[in-house]
Design a protein around this ligand. Structure first.
Ligand SMILES: [Zn+2]
Length: 65
């Protein structure tokens, strides 16, 4: 099950697992939809944490200033 109670915002860094910091992989890419989200899965067998990344345009714009 994906825990949608916690949503993480994209940064310019490679996406990593919030629990163990392993480089996560995209299992569901919805970045082209209105939701602008990606579901990521931690590849670590001991962790296997699934989490949601969300693209925040306001955050992105602010970082360009
Ligand atoms: Zn992990």
């Amino acid at each position: 099950m994906v825990d949608y109670s916690e949503v993480y915002i994209y940064s310019d860094q490679p996406t990593t697992c919030p629990k163990c910091s392993a480089r996560s992989k995209v299992v569901l890419n919805l970045s082209h939809t209105n939701d602008k989200t990606e579901v990521h899965l931690c590849p670590d067998n001991d962790c296997n944490y699934e989490f949601v990344m969300q693209y925040d345009e306001d955050f992105d714009n602010a970082s360009l200033l």
